[in-house]
Ligand binder design. Structure first.
Ligand code: ADP
Ligand code: ASP
Ligand code: MG
Length: 411
């Protein structure tokens, strides 16, 4: 029997009425003859509430207990959906991460899935014909404790289960009807893409398009899982295809730029009057690397006096305070005069596999942004994307400008 994984995000299961609608989507696929594994998120807002409670309980909370608390949101929705399905006459049973089991490493709060044995699920399909309603976002670590997969992790649960049970397809149902050229909530002229290449989706997700968790895209790419992003708000009787994440070769009309993403999760740090001598960059960036802080954009200004220089770089906003502490600790050794920081910045990126074969794609953007009076604080480029760091106040203007510039606006 063909197998299918269907994942429903927080807004899709926000209340019992929506869970009923989800159950209708599931019933349609069961009626079509699929063995179905459903992966659910917590009701929208629930995970934030749980995280808030943990932080209120203690600033220095135990990360294993954080996982015990935040994984509960998915336990609730898996049970509720199973009940609603049963009421509709569809045999269903809920599964928690440990019952499958979804084995993870021991990085509480952002655990990676290391193994899923699909055997129990498959045997259960064969013997009971029950829909398996699986709590997303959670697994079990080597000590047998609850572990969660990082925010947005239910997407990864879904793709990993699709790989484990050799599903024909993994459908990620969310509150938009596919992957768009940029966040449709920010740019009304954003266009839905019928197909997007794995590599592009990976960059879009990494650079801020939260429609799919980055690891879910990595996993789909590695295991060649046919993954669609579609809307749970479609009429269950008339489902729309959504967006297929696929190989680059399967996309006929390739654009130079496929999408624009943005991330507010950035902080900029500038070190003033750093000694301009060999080894100084290592003295700054080694301690940050040892503290597991990811540095992204780096700019070193040509020195005026041949003795000192300024170095600017970005770190994730969540790591900013830690980065500052690490740098203050090495201040004397590195010998910089002062540290300046800004968290009111945003990274705007353009992504497209077509950039590999086209020159001047980024240069066009610099000109267009300058014409709008948007000052660029830092730039990075790689094969299929470039990013600019700008003041957060200009986010929408910059995203809209680039979206139009590369011909992405819908007619
Ligand atoms: P879920 O709760 O279903 O996992 P998320 O909120 O995590 O849903 O992701 C869906 C949201 O992603 C959309 O509501 C949309 O605002 C946002 N988003 C950002 N960039 C894009 C994009 N390029 N295409 C579609 N949605 C996007
Ligand atoms: N509920 C979790 C979160 O809000 C996981 C998910 O929805 O994918 O991050
Ligand atoms: Mg999500």
């Amino acid at each position: 029997m063909a197998r299918l994984v269907m994942k429903f995000g927080g807004t899709s299961v926000a209340n019992i009425e929506r869970i009923r609608n989800v159950a209708r989507h599931v019933k349609r696929e069961v009626d079509a003859g699929f063995d179905v594994a459903v992966v659910v998120s917590a009701m929208s807002g629930k995970t934030n509430e749980l995280v808030g409670w943990v932080k209120d309980a203690s600033a220095l909370y135990d990360s294993a207990e954080y996982d015990a608390v935040v994984a509960s949101g998915e336990q609730v929705t898996s049970g509720l959906l199973a009940i609603v399905l049963q009421e509709m006459g569809v045999p269903a049973r809920s599964w928690q991460g440990w019952q499958i089991p979804i084995e993870t490493d021991d990085a509480h709060g952002s655990a990676r899935i290391v193994n899923i044995d699909g055997k129990k699920l498959i045997e259960n399909f064969d013997s009971t014909k029950q829909v398996a309603v699986i709590a997303g976002f959670q697994g079990v670590n080597p000590e047998g404790r609850m572990a969660t997969l990082g925010r947005g992790g239910s997407d990864t649960s879904a793709v990993a289960i699709a790989a484990a049970i050799k599903a024909d397809r993994c459908d990620i149902y969310t509150d938009v009807d596919g992957v768009y050229t940029t966040d449709p909530r920010i740019v009304a002229k954003a266009r839905r893409l019928d197909k997007v290449a794995f590599e592009e989706m990976l960059e879009m997700a990494s650079l801020g398009a939260k429609v799919l968790q980055v690891r879910s895209v990595e996993m789909a790419m590695v295991h060649r899982i046919k993954t669609f992003v579609r809307s749970s708000f479609d009429d269950p009787a008339f489902p729309q295809p959504g967006t297929l994440i696929c190989d680059e070769e399967d996309i006929v009309e390739q654009q130079v730029v496929t999408g624009i993403a943005f991330s507010k999760d950035e902080a900029q740090i500038t070190l003033r009057k750093v000694a301009d001598k060999p080894g100084v960059a290592a003295e700054i960036f080694m301690p940050l690397a040892e503290a597991n802080i990811n540095v992204d954009m780096i700019i070193q200004v040509v020195s005026d006096d041949a003795a000192t220089t300024d170095i600017t770089f970005t770190v994730p906003a969540a790591e900013f305070e830690r980065a500052r502490a690490v740098l203050e600790a090495v201040k004397l050794k590195v010998g910089f005069a002062s540290l300046h920081a800004s968290t009111d910045v945003v990274k705007v990126s353009a992504i497209g596999v077509g950039m590999r074969s086209h020159a001047g794609v980024a240069a066009k953007a610099f000109k267009a942004l300058a014409e709008k009076g948007v000052n660029i604080r830092a730039i990075t480029t790689s094969e299929i994307k470039f990013s600019v760091l700008i003041d957060a106040a200009y986010t929408e203007l910059a995203v809209r400008t680039l979206h139009s510039l590369y011909g992405l606006d819908k007619a």
